[in-house]
Design a protein around this ligand. Structure first.
Ligand code: 5AD
Length: 360
């Protein structure tokens, strides 16, 4: 106990300190409380909503963990129309959500690039440029990132999945290079986006030291936004049986993710951190627990119910029978129960982004 408390009191954590804090579940409540204090001081207790639009499950990649990987023949593929995406983005804007997130399987063919560019222009036009738009559409070229930025997107999420190249290569086909992932993330930052990344927590063979290095990677790369959550096996993927008895370890997996979120908050202080849906998949109160461990962003799904079944990245993804209205009502209730406020009609930008560009 004393060692845990001594470390928590420090202003700067060494790599060993981080490893220790992540590995000790016994005193984790103290860690969560400290992370919450830091969050209150640096970003406040407003929770910002991002309306998540899952625009397509068509994907050119074959990531071993992901339910919408190209090789999964057991799902029906869908692609929302331009009108549907724009309508959802406007719904999110009018509902007072700080921004919409356009997420989908990875494609880089010219037709797709044009399609997204047109969608962005339409959303920007219909909201007089006032709606925040975040993209989560994988690795693209500098030209594509720039075109999408000019069309109205201003934030981009690209998880590195793991900062350990060996783990990265273990969970991706040989054609996917860790170096390309990092290069893409740097391009996003260079183009001028508020830049988000993240990892999966609790991957096979991932150690506490790996997770500490993930956090140090975020810090070294001056990341503005983090979205990370527990790894959850999907039954139709090569990693379906990565663990013998995942159900029995689900709560531990969740708590590990919460500790990594908490340490990230204490170290990165003024960034935005999402309380991911994967937390909620392991516990119906997972996202609220994420907020109390230092996260300040929630991405309510605004995709129509009929498409949700087709976007199961992992097993047990919640909200399958909800629509955007019922998601909103359920979330409002549970967030108020945590004592936090919802930052309606605010963009809720990452304060870190402005510090970063000021110091350039
Ligand atoms: N478990 C947890 N997260 C997953 N993702 C994909 N598959 C899984 C899984 N099985 C995450 C990846 C990806 C994001 C969109 O979803 O980190 O970047």
């Amino acid at each position: 106990m004393t060692k845990f408390k001594e470390i928590l009191k420090k202003n700067i954590y060494s790599r060993d300190d981080i490893i220790y804090l992540i590995s000790q579940s016994e005193h984790e409540q103290l860690l969560f409380e400290k992370a919450y204090e830091v969050k209150k001081k640096y970003v406040g207790t407003n929770v910002y909503f991002r309306g998540l639009i899952e625009l397509s499950n068509i994907c050119t990649r074959n990531c071993f963990y992901c339910g919408i990987r190209k090789g999964n023949k057991n799902i029906d593929r869908f692609q929302l129309s331009k009108e549907d995406i724009v309508e959802k983005a406007i719904w999110a804007y009018e509902a007072g959500y700080g921004s919409a997130v356009l997420q989908g399987g990875e494609r880089s063919d010219p037709e797709f690039i044009n399609f997204i560019e047109n969608v962005l222009k339409l959303i920007t036009h219909k909201t007089n440029g006032k709606a925040g738009i975040t993209l989560s559409l994988g690795e693209q070229t500098e030209e594509t990132y720039t075109r999408w930025l000019n069309a109205g997107a201003h934030r981009y999420l690209l998880r590195i999945e793991s900062s350990n190249p060996d783990i990265y290569h273990n969970i991706h086909p040989d054609t996917d290079k860790f170096s390309s992932r990092i290069a893409a993330l740097k391009l996003i930052q260079k183009c001028g986006y508020q830049t988000g990344t993240g990892v999966m927590i609790g991957l096979p063979q991932q150690t506490y030291a790996d997770l500490a290095d993930d956090i140090l990677f975020f810090k070294e790369n001056d990341i503005d936004m983090i979205g990370m959550g527990p790894f959850i096996p999907h039954h139709d993927t090569p990693m379906a049986n990565a663990f013998d008895n995942f159900d029995q370890m689900a709560e531990e997996q969740l708590k590990l993710a919460l500790r990594v979120i908490a340490v990230t908050r204490i170290i990165m202080k003024d960034i935005n951190i999402a309380s991911s849906t994967a937390l909620q998949a392991l516990d119906s109160k997972g996202r609220e627990r994420g907020l109390l461990a230092g996260a300040n962003i929630i991405m309510p799904n605004v995709t129509d119910t009929q498409y949700r079944k087709g976007y199961q990245l992992y097993d047990g993804k919640p909200g399958l029978d909800e629509n955007c209205n019922s998601s909103r009502i359920n979330l409002e209730k549970s967030i108020h129960n945590t004592g936090e406020k919802i930052g309606y009609n605010m963009l809720g930008d990452s304060p870190h982004f402005f510090e970063r560009i000021k110091n350039k």
